[in-house]
Structures are given as structure tokens and as C-alpha cells.
Design a protein around this ligand. Structure first.
Ligand code: RFL
Ligand code: PHB
Length: 390
């Protein structure tokens, strides 16, 4: 088997890269360890930056997003029994976010690739990457019991935080920057109309809570919990009780409850590998960097990376110029580190960290400042909707 670009992983990064390359006339094969149903059902991100929506639209894969996505011009910070609206669009040049499930983006991209007869191989096993510093790297894998070798010009490692591409780079060629957090998120999807028109990020002494949404009939919630907790410790009654307590206000706001459709616990960490390239292997998305979900940046960074990579590959194939490929890592890392800082800042401001009352007063002082100062609110708003110039 041969292709120009072998793409490992059919998450948003791998699928969108394959789509962008096809638009430039560049052939690719996407290799995915899971089956199609699994990746189309995997509940994850929900917030798309303005730039992500614009990129999906420009690539012709936003028809359903434009019909079903919920455009939000603000969000709420809730603490000390009161909500404070941050008018995102007023503070960020009219830009907005769109709430649209990541698995819907994945479904739309799979449809587009299959409609264009793109090669998407599901349920590949034992995938390994070889001769990365040669001009003809190779991907080996098994499918339906048969061994395959895929020769290519370039490998795109889009295989997420537990993939194999990053680990194929020799130690010593990469620097890993990491930070763990002493808490996790319990996330649920519930069949209940949202009790809010905009996202609510709540700081409470019992811990952080987030009220998000997916559609007029489906709500999404997250609760800060301990990283060692299991789902058995969280029966439905405890989940709704904590959400009611952490989201409570003094003005009689009530939370509608409903059947829980899906639940999961995610640990939180920050991680960046530098550089995002080794020879002919280019890392993109979660394979190269992880952010805690508080800033809603992971999917948006994955899309931003592959836009840079697709443009660099297009220039290379068209004219032979390699400068954009050579600067791929540096170009992406500027945006990555801005998002790392923003996600860390949002996380530190909103989570209960320990029993330190000094720390709690600092967090409240920061929250009040963000709500009362236009300059501080603008910092949150422009980062949240996505900075155009990084
Ligand atoms: P993905 O989506 O993990 O896709 C990687 C794919 O690679 C496959 N794979 C392999 N394939 C072949 N061989 C192997 N050896 C393989 N190993 C792995 C995997 O099966 C998978 O299909 O990475 P990608 O494409 O880089 O996309 C990144 C995003 O998924 C991630 O950053 C976001 O989900 C993060 N995130 C959020 N991002 C946002 O922008 N906005 C949000 O609101 C937001 N909320 C979230 C989130 C992530 C969460 N969790 C569960 C981690 C909320 C949560 C709870
Ligand atoms: C979500 O809707 O899944 C969501 C929203 C905001 C975040 C993280 C996740 O910061």
C-alpha cells in the first residue's frame, strides 16, 4: 500500500487533516484502532471557537453545524450565590462560540471523507511507525487478521493522548512539559432541557460545577470530583444533589433534572511535547498537547494544528518549498502555549484546591475582578472565543 500522507487516528485532527489534504489534491489514508460506531458515539467536547467554525465552514463541512449548532454570545460565572454574565461577543469584536458536540463534528467529517471515496480504515491493530527520519517512512498494522505495510512521504500522528506515534520518537529528541491537577471531572449527559440559555461556570466551596448543553432537549453537566473516585460512588441522587448545591443562587433559580444518558470521569492534566515533529512524523492535536477542559480548548487546538499542517504540506507538494513544514512546530506551539496558560488560569480560578482559606479568598478576588473590570473580562472573552493572531 502507498499514499502521500499516512494519518494515524480518526479523531477530529486526523479526519479534518484528511479532508483538507483531499481539497488540495493530496492523497491520504486514515488508520483508526476503534470501530466507526465507537468514535461516533464518544461524548467529549462541546464548545467550538469562532475560528474553528469558520474553518469547518470554509472546508464545506458545516451544513449541519450551521443548522443545529447553538451560537452563544456570552457565558455566566456563578459564585457566592449570584450569576455574572460575561458578554463574550461585545468584548471580543463580535466573535462568538458555537455549542455543537465533538461527536457530531466527527460524524460530519466521516460522511464527507466517505462521500469523496477517502480511504478510512477502522479497527486496525498493532500499529507501529518506522524509519521516521528517512524520506519514505512506513506504517505497519494488522486488519482483519492480515499484516499491512503502508509506505508514505509523511506520517501525521493524530492518535490522541494514548496513541503510539509520540512514543515512537526517541527519548532525548523530545522535551515533555507536564502538570497534573489534584482533581477530576465527572461528566454527564442528561435528557432534560437546559436550565440556562448560556454556559454556567460555577465556583463553590463544595467544588466546581459546569452547566453546558447540547440541544433544546439535552443538557451536559460536569462536577469536580477526586481523581481516584469511581462512577459507583456517584449514584444519580448524589449527582443531582451536588449539581443543585453547587449551582444554587439566592434568587430562586431552579435546576431541571432528567434521565442520565451517559456518564464518565476524566482526570485533568496539562502536557506539551516539543517539538511537534521528528523527521517525517508530525504530531497534531492531543497527541502533542493536553489541556484541562475548563478552557474548552482541546478540540479547537487540534483543528488549528491540522490547518497549519495542511497548508504546509500543500506548499511542499506544490512547489517543493519546505519552510512552512520546518516551522510547523514553532507556529503551532505559540497558540498551544497561549491555550495552556488560559486553561490553567480558568482551572485555578474555578476549582476547589484544598482547605486553604487564603487560597479561596484569592479565587473570589480574581472572580470579582473578572466580573467587575472590563479589561479582565476582555482577557477571558478573547481567549475563550479564540485569539485570531496567535
Ligand atoms: P482524539 O479525539 O483523541 O482522537 C485520536 C484518535 O486516535 C485513535 N487512536 C489510534 N488509532 C490507531 N492506532 C493507535 N495506536 C491509536 N491510538 C489512538 C483513537 O481511537 C482516536 O479516535 O484526538 P484529537 O483528534 O487530537 O482531538 C482532540 C479532542 O478529542 C480533545 O482535545 C477534546 O475532546 C478535549 N475536550 C474539549 N475540547 C474543546 O475544544 N472544547 C471542549 O468543550 C472540550 N471539552 C474535552 C472536553 C475532552 C473531554 N474528555 C473526555 C477528555 C470535555 C471532556 C470531558
Ligand atoms: C461541554 O459542553 O462538553 C463543555 C463545555 C465547556 C467546557 C468543557 C466542556 O469548558
Amino acid at each position: 500500500m502507498r499514499t502521500q500522507v499516512a494519518i494515524v487516528g480518526a479523531g477530529p485532527a486526523g479526519l479534518f487533516l484528511s479532508h483538507l489534504l483531499a481539497q488540495e489534491g493530496i492523497d491520504s489514508v486514515v488508520l483508526e484502532i476503534r470501530n466507526r460506531g465507537h468514535i461516533e458515539r464518544r461524548v467529549r467536547a462541546g464548545v467550538l471557537e469562532q475560528g474553528t467554525v469558520d474553518a469547518l465552514r470554509a472546508a464545506g463541512v458545516a451544513d449541519r453545524l450551521d443548522r443545529e449548532g447553538l451560537v452563544h454570545h456570552g457565558l455566566e460565572l456563578r459564585f457566592a450565590g449570584r450569576g455574572h454574565r460575561i458578554p463574550l461577543s461585545d468584548l471580543a469584536d463580535g466573535r462568538a462560540i458555537t455549542v455543537y458536540g465533538q461527536q457530531e463534528v466527527v460524524k460530519d467529517l466521516i460522511c464527507a471523507r466517505l462521500a469523496a471515496a477517502g480511504r478510512l480504515l477502522f479497527e486496525v491493530a498493532g500499529l507501529t511507525v518506522h524509519v521516521l527520519t528517512s524520506s519514505s517512512p512506513v506504517v505497519c498494522f494488522r486488519q482483519e487478521g492480515r499484516e499491512h505495510e503502508l509506505r508514505c512521504d509523511v506520517i501525521a500522528g493524530c492518535d490522541g493522548s494514548h496513541g503510539v506515534c509520540r512514543d515512537a520518537i526517541p527519548r532525548g529528541a523530545l522535551t515533555v512539559y507536564e502538570r497534573a491537577y489534584p482533581f477530576a471531572w465527572l461528566g454527564i449527559l442528561a435528557a432534560v432541557p437546559p436550565s440556562t440559555a448560556e454556559l454556567i461556570y460555577a465556583y463553590h466551596e463544595r467544588g466546581f460545577a459546569l452547566h453546558s448543553l447540547r440541544s433544546p432537549a439535552i443538557s451536559r453537566f460536569y462536577l469536580q470530583c477526586r481523581p481516584d473516585e469511581t462512577l459507583e460512588a456517584w449514584p444519580d441522587e448524589r449527582i443531582w444533589g451536588e449539581l443543585r448545591a453547587r449551582l444554587a443562587t439566592d434568587d430562586g433559580w431552579t435546576l431541571a433534572e432528567g434521565p442520565i444518558l451517559e456518564r464518565g470521569i476524566t482526570t485533568m492534566r496539562s502536557c506539551v511535547v516539543e517539538p511537534m515533529q521528528h523527521g517525517r512524523l508530525f504530531l497534531a492535536g492531543d497527541a502533542a498537547h493536553i489541556v484541562p477542559p475548563t478552557g474548552a480548548k482541546g478540540l479547537n487546538l487540534a483543528v488549528a494544528d491540522v490547518r497549519v499542517l495542511a497548508e504546509a504540506l500543500a506548499a511542499w507538494y506544490r512547489t517543493g518549498r519546505a519552510d512552512l513544514l520546518e516551522s510547523y512546530s514553532a507556529t503551532c506551539l505559540r497558540r498551544v502555549w497561549r491555550a495552556e496558560h488560559f486553561s490553567w488560569w480558568m482551572t485555578a480560578m474555578l476549582h476547589r484546591q484544598d482547605d486553604d482559606p487564603f487560597q479561596r479568598r484569592l479565587q473570589l478576588a480574581q472572580l470579582r475582578y473578572v466580573c467587575d473590570s472590563t479589561a479582565a473580562a476582555t482577557t477571558l472573552a478573547e481567549n475563550y472565543v479564540g485569539l485570531e493572531w496567535v
